[in-house]
Design a protein. Structure first.
Lengths: 216, 216, 216, 216
DNA sequence: TATGAATGAGCTTTCATTCAT
DNA sequence: CATGAATGAAAGCTCATTCAT
């Protein structure tokens, strides 16, 4: 899980901002580790180093805190995605880069996967009430659509690929392996989290996605 | 969620068996709906129509009950898989049949997906202690390996496909879409659970998997 | 704790008697180990090797079972005391023998001390309702009274010794040391339950009691 | 049982201290009355006039609360003992004073006896984990040793008296009579708790102890 | 005589949340 | 902006006891 690094631009942020951020960081880790119901406000307060009451002062309730954590998590990945500048790459490279980015981001941010699982258990109840997140997500699909169109026109991509389906598949192939690695490891009796296993999986995913996207 | 059907052979099963099964069914639904931490033993007892004490009499603890539910869930899907008789089909049909079965099973058993998510949140703690489940899972990979080998020898399948990776990918493409449908629907602003969306997704998955498996 | 030995006179006691006795033995140990409130009917049934329901069949309730255990315990010690034949001994030997018997009986029957403690915690509620026990206890004081009188007439015993006070003191000096040995050992930082410590304590008790009883 | 008296110096102590003390007082009485297993946290909360949750907030668990009660009880009696200034008295007076103090303290603090019984039932489990209590108890034995030595040098005390044995005996003669008074009363058919019975017992104890300690 | 199934009541403990300052 | 004290509600779990056979 990433730990927040003090931004260099603003040398000493106001204490209130620091407390707020520490709560958010602690909450993200706690929610990721135990789920929404399993998370304990006490533990969040303790590991954030603040009084429990302060959590309510800033965030109102456990559920609202979860919403805030979720919004921050989405903001992070969407920001990172936009910095890929996929639109400027040749289509096959763009696809491969998106695959690799997705894989690596999920590996580096296991808490993101866990938070999404929790949110789905709760039927996206928190997301539904947050407009902030809704607006963040469209640009990616548009970018992907343009890439697919360019690839098709160049005669190297298969026709009629649905960008949303492709995006979901790219995410799925990485997400499921990583999110379900405990049960899969247990069932198949092999550790899926070694470096070697990771690199094999990434190869496989690239093969699958590019095998689908590229025309014969 | 499936509800247990009274076996026709034995018209009135011994009460203890019925109580046990009613608890298991109610627990499965409760755990699927609320996760392990969010599940309430009181609610399980109420919806099973038994005294709460009986749950502890039969299963010992909430965690042990979860383990029992998980074991039953795995037994169900593995049994269903074996009834596909994949080994007797021509390789491409076998793959397609496995894809379709997986997709349909997940659709008909959303509780299975949810239970697995919960178990992964808890790092497969319950599965690790259950040998029963471990032994169930190897045959499938062996069957898949034989299918891939036959396809390769017939010159229609790509060489060097790892059966475990393939199985995980087949599961992933279905699982992620269905398990994360709430957040995905929310983000993309479109309902992923309509009949039409389902049939489009299944088509897409078949395209992806067969596009990968078939040699050019 | 003593375990019941099958009486040789009656080679095969009826099963019902055996079950009854096994429950009593198990209950005695359980009550001694955990007190009345801490004792578990389940554990008694398990260690008696009988169905829990049988305990209620024979004894009616946990409290009635405790009463039965208590009655048996008193019957045992009173029987043993009467076999000392103190009345036939020279007074000083009689006193010493009673002291030694008391000490040894308490050492061999720690459960007796524990049961008495429990009964006192409950203000002798069970004893009060059992006439059986009341009648058992008078003969001892009468015997003691005669011994003291004989000793006084022989000019070797102090005058005006109250037999009940003496009996209580003999019991006290042994009982307290053994019953409270855990706290005493903890407080004084020395193990009071070694053979050496036991023999020192017995010497001390004899010195105290005989120092009191004997005239200067 | 003693009830805590509000200190006059600090007219309104901080609420937290008062709540803590009220819980301790209520717990002491409840544990003394019902033992550890028989004690009910609900009753403690009710009679302390605080919310049940607060007990766990301050003491963590029922067992830890029992430990705290025990520590306070030992602290009380050891403090009282030290205020006797036995070392400054002529040896025979010192012994008599210790006997009388012990007797009176046990009479005024029946809960102390009951708590010790409970702790012994649990094999001094709580005491073992509390170093606080361990350190309190040595000074008394040392004081007693000096008194015995002074008496011996003055030619009025018996030689070679073990101070720990003597202390245990003094305690035993009082403790057993009072702690077991219910069963003794029931068995002997006479009320041991009247004023007259008390004063007779104290006389007897003094006779026994001084009869032992004084040289002929 | 014996038992497996079942339970109502109540246990200790936990939790998110609020009060008072 | 911050906090120690306090709580109502409910959680998981336990217990002596009874039911049905």
């Amino acid at each position: 899980m990433n730990t927040t690094i003090a931004e260099p631009a603003e040398p000493r942020p106001r204490d209130s901002d620091r407390s707020r951020q520490q709560i958010l960081d602690a909450a993200r880790d706690e929610f990721a580790l135990h789920g929404l119901s399993g998370a304990r406000v006490d533990r969040i307060a303790a590991s954030a180093g603040v009084n429990k009451r302060l959590i309510y002062y800033y965030f109102g309730s456990k559920d609202d805190l979860f919403t805030a954590v979720l919004e921050a998590a989405y903001a992070d990945i969407r920001t990172a995605e936009q910095e890929l500048h996929l639109a400027e790459l040749p289509p096959p490279y763009a696809i491969r880069r998106l695959v690799e980015f997705t894989w690596n981001y999920y590996i580096e941010h296991p808490e993101f996967l866990s938070l999404l699982n929790s949110e789905n258990l709760h039927k996206a109840r928190h997301l539904e009430e947050s407009k902030q997140v809704r607006d963040m997500n469209t640009p990616l699909i548009q970018t992907l659509e343009q890439i697919l169109e360019r690839g098709r026109q160049a005669g190297i991509f298969r026709a009629a690929i649905n960008p949303m389906q492709l995006y979901i598949s790219i995410a799925a192939l990485a997400y499921f392996y990583l999110s379900n690695n405990y049960t899969l490891s247990s069932i198949f009796g092999s550790n899926l989290m070694t470096h070697k296993a990771h690199s094999e999986r990434l190869s496989h995913i690239c093969d699958v996605i590019l095998g689908y996207v590229l025309s014969d």
